[in-house]
Write a protein that binds this ligand. Structure first.
Ligand SMILES: [Zn+2]
Ligand SMILES: [Zn+2]
Length: 675
């Protein structure tokens, strides 16, 4: 298809105002649009250059595979004409129909048009092609706007934020640390909301008069850029899980994918986003709403792409575009209330170049000392990172060697894959080694085919006909392994076993109520093969050892617990994830009081509360938690550490859990070094 004409038609020009029409009202237009543009980003960028050029529009446009984002300035008639043209196939197509177009004043009250344009950095047209509309990075690649949180109008947002409590709701500022530092949503305490009874928004939302409860907190990610958001969300997963998440950003573009990330990757499903961002909220509520301080905007910087001054009544280029005059930020130097980056010129961290809030007096002092040591600002993020490095104990002389045992129907290689993240986080402390269990299981397909073959044999026997042995031999599949197996698997592998009432007790329910209860745990029937597994583990220890500790997951944890309690000379600690004690391989008590094992132990298991938290073999989460707890009780409380988590992950890798792991492992490293 032919590109649209570069110049508007003569009649359009007459109707809409000719380019460069100096008498037309100057306006700023701001919008974003998520649309599948992959493969034609350059064509769309060229369309923008043609269309905006023909209409005399200036500003910044960002075109990416997943959409476009624009801040444009020009005559209102030309901006509106541009808006109508966006729906053509060469531009955004049908996706343009759902776009929220925000118009705002494009000139200062004094009409100093040229100076303002220069200050805003929109004296020319800049069209840029980028990878993502919002750079969330590869970790969030699967989170597309199709998974985004529910859009709320300013009024709906206001009502939900006011109705929430700290127990059920959390506000998430999906902006960078330097943006939330000078202004953010803050829900006041309930009594304040109740006493301000007349504070109904323009939507007529009545302020709640509910019992006095703590208001929902506002989480302000301490991040320098959006590509750090995924890591922040993961580190703070516990604060989000099970809560209603109300997310906001400047104009809405960041929340689209940030909320999708929470829903898709972290399973935080009850997630909402403020449609049109703080801009639209301030349009509706101004200073009478829940937003306190200043709204950070990017107007005077060409390198960034969000926001403009709309309806805030302030000049752009000052790092704030509306909000209340109240200072919610504080000076990095003296702690005085301060919410303005413009005082004495923008100040930046000497290490990471992030903007820092500083009062005029402190700015002056820094400027005077700029060439001396300590003359540079250090932002809160850099200071926190430095403090954490200083607090961290010195790294151990050598890494702990830990033997890792996989679960039932897994392999060492599979467990290695499942622990990839943990290995990354603890790689400086631990050298993980993975072993394979000795017993080979049938794949589900092999099992089905064997069942079918058996039925065919039985039929043939009854009819006295020939047996079709060998017919349809099962195809080889990737082997799955186990440390402990049921009687049937054991006989398939090693031939008939002597009947053992003790071992077979858990396999059937004929023995009465007690056996029925035992049979309820799937692993109760897996009572064979411990001798071979212990022999295999002794071989592995001799060949690949020595080891410092042993880690196990599920059935691997049952075996690791038994192994460490029997081989204290080979394993000085044990890490057990979602474990249980197997009747076939009980933990050997060796402590002074003779009741528990004295081996230092770290236990990690779900508390059974997570939705869909189904554990090993389909056992429900609560039962898995009980079994893991019972196993933990078999180890000496003095050297036992327990991490109960609310997620179904085998070993959570959030910040809180990692702190506990590291502390335990560093303790073991110190004990190993001194012994
Ligand atoms: Zn100060
Ligand atoms: Zn810094």
């Amino acid at each position: 298809s032919l590109p649209p004409p570069a110049q508007p038609m003569a009649s359009d020009a007459a109707e809409e105002g000719a380019p460069g029409d100096v008498d037309a009202t100057r306006q700023v237009l701001l919008y974003y649009c998520y649309a599948p543009l992959a493969g034609r980003e350059r064509d769309v960028a060229r369309w923008y250059e043609r269309d905006c050029g023909a209409r005399g529009l200036v500003g910044r446009v960002r075109v990416a595979a997943d959409g476009a984002n624009a801040t444009l300035r020009g005559s209102e008639r030309q901006l509106r004409a541009h808006q109508r043209a966006l729906g053509c196939a060469e531009a955004l197509g049908t996706a343009a129909a759902g776009v929220d177009f925000k118009y705002g004043p494009g000139e200062a009250a004094d009409g100093a048009d040229g100076a303002l344009a220069a200050q805003c950095g929109v004296d020319a047209l800049h069209v840029r092609v980028t990878g993502e509309l919002v750079t969330l990075g590869p970790r969030a690649a699967r989170a597309t706007v199709a998974d985004a949180g529910v859009h709320l109008s300013a009024q709906e947002w206001h009502a939900l934020a006011n109705a929430g409590t700290a127990a059920d709701t959390v506000l998430i500022d999906a902006r960078n640390a330097y943006e939330s530092a000078i202004g953010r949503f803050e829900v006041p305490a309930a009594e304040a909301r109740a006493s301000a009874g007349g504070d109904a928004g323009p939507g007529g939302t009545p302020a709640p008069t509910a019992a006095v409860e703590r208001p929902p907190p506002t989480l302000t990610p301490q991040i320098r850029q959006m590509s750090d958001f995924a890591q922040w969300a993961e580190d703070n997963e516990r604060a989000l899980r099970g809560k209603r998440c109300l997310m906001y950003c400047t104009g809405g573009v960041r929340c689209e994918r940030a909320s999708a990330y929470l829903r898709k990757e972290l399973g935080v499903l009850d997630c909402y986003q403020l449609s049109g961002g703080v801009h639209r909220y301030l349009d509706a509520y101004g200073t009478r709403g829940l937003f306190r301080g200043k709204l950070f905007v990017y107007d005077d910087r060409l390198a960034t792409d969000y926001g403009t001054t709309l309806g805030g009544g302030e000049h752009c280029g000052r790092g704030s575009g509306g909000g209340t005059s109240e200072a919610v930020g504080e000076c990095l130097g003296c702690g005085a209330p301060c919410s303005d980056y413009a005082v004495g010129g923008r100040q930046r961290c000497g290490k990471c170049r992030m903007l820092v809030v500083a009062c005029a007096a402190c700015n002056g002092a820094r400027a005077a000392a700029a060439d001396q040591a300590g003359g540079q600002w250090e932002c809160a993020l850099c200071a926190a990172a430095a403090a954490e490095r200083a607090r961290a104990p010195p790294p151990p002389q050598r890494r702990l060697r830990v033997l890792c045992l996989h679960g039932f129907r897994q392999t060492g290689k599979q467990l290695r894959g499942r622990l990839a993240k943990l290995r990354g986080k603890l790689g400086d402390l631990v050298d993980f080694k993975f072993a394979d269990a000795p017993h080979l299981l049938l794949s589900p397909r092999e099992w089905n085919e064997r069942q079918r073959a058996r039925r065919r044999l039985e039929c043939a026997d009854e009819q006295g006909g020939p047996k079709d042995e060998g017919h349809n031999a099962p195809a080889p599949a990737a082997p799955r392994r186990a440390w402990l197996v049921g009687r049937e698997d054991h006989e398939r592998l090693y031939g008939p076993v002597r009947a053992s009432p003790e071992r077979d007790a858990g396999a059937g329910a004929e023995g009465g109520a007690e056996d029925a209860a035992a049979a309820a745990t799937v692993w109760a029937a897996q009572r064979y093969g411990w001798e071979q597994s212990l022999a295999r583990l002794d071989e592995v220890t001799a060949a690949a050892g020595p080891f410092d500790g042993v880690l196990g997951f599920s059935q691997g944890a049952a075996v690791a617990a038994a192994l460490a309690s029997r081989r204290p000379e080979s394993f000085s600690f044990v890490v057990l994830a979602s474990g249980f004690e197997s009747p076939a391989a009980p933990v050997v008590a060796d402590s002074a009081d003779g009741a528990v094992s004295a081996v230092p132990s770290l236990h990690i298991y779900g508390d059974g509360s997570a939705e869909g938290d189904v554990g090993y073999g389909g056992a429900d989460g609560a039962r898995v938690a009980r079994e893991a707890e019972a196993l933990a009780a078999r180890f000496d409380a003095a050297s036992r550490v327990v991490v109960r988590h609310r997620c179904g992950h085998i070993m959570p890798t959030d910040k809180e859990a990692l702190v506990v792991y590291r502390k335990f492992l560093l303790g073991q490293a110190a004990a190993t070094a001194s012994s």
